[in-house]
Write a new protein. Structure first.
Length: 223
């Protein structure tokens, strides 16, 4: 995992722990157990993302537990959504119904976040995502808004989209750009903020295909 990514995940976990510790007063008899959840892809094609984020969370918790030994002990309940909104909608109710869980790091992806929001909003369960960047999740004018439970520690697609265009064309003289989104909540949102930054004459076209696509011949023919 890249250092920046590890810092983002550790920051999310640290924020979750520090924000929620006040809800669990320490006991003089023994360390108070604080239960957090992690939701992200732990199996399947996207597993590396979730496993890296979980490792970052576990590292932050390790530091917290060591610093607060005898007072608090944080443990993690893992929810594998495979980065899939449909799977997210299946695992979220279990997390939301577990009254021991007082906060969540995740979901990792925007689509999975949107699918889980109804359950976490109903429960009032605080979420801190290390990587869900879709603008609508924090847009008061959008029906998918995560207020008041959703938080994140990364910039949104409004920042990321233009930055990716600049990175992709850096050092290229008179670039021509053909954009393809994968029809996911993340991909569509990212492209929506990338398109307006493309200077006139540099846009070579656009296509939208499913993230399950294996035959790219139709898209290639458009380039």
């Amino acid at each position: 995992m890249k250092k920046r990514g590890l810092i983002s995940v550790a920051a999310a976990a640290a924020l979750a722990v520090s924000s929620l510790v006040g809800f669990a007063p320490a006991s003089h008899a023994k360390a108070k157990t604080i239960t957090l959840a992690f939701q992200g892809p732990l199996t399947g094609e996207e597993a590396s993302v979730g496993q890296d984020e979980l490792a970052g969370m576990q590292y932050a918790i390790k530091l917290f537990n060591a610093k607060n030994k005898g007072k608090y002990k944080v443990k993690v309940v893992q929810a594998d959504d495979q980065g899939d909104p449909a799977q997210s909608a299946k695992v979220a109710p279990g997390i939301a119904s577990n009254k021991k869980i007082i906060g969540l790091v995740g979901a990792a992806y925007s689509g999975a976040t949107i699918a889980a929001l109804p359950y976490y909003k109903q429960r009032g369960l605080a979420m801190v995502s290390p990587s869900a960047t879709r603008v609508s999740i924090t847009d008061p004018a959008d029906g998918n808004i995560g207020f008041p439970v959703f938080h994140r520690v990364v910039p949104t697609d409004k920042v990321q989209g233009p930055a990716l265009f600049k990175l992709a064309t850096k050092g290229v003289s008179s670039p021509k750009v053909f954009i393809v989104d994968d029809q996911s909540a993340y991909g569509v949102g990212l492209v929506d903020y990338m398109k307006p930054t493309i200077p006139a004459g540099q846009g070579a076209g656009f296509d939208s295909v499913s993230d399950r696509t294996t035959d790219w011949s139709a898209t290639i023919a458009k380039v």
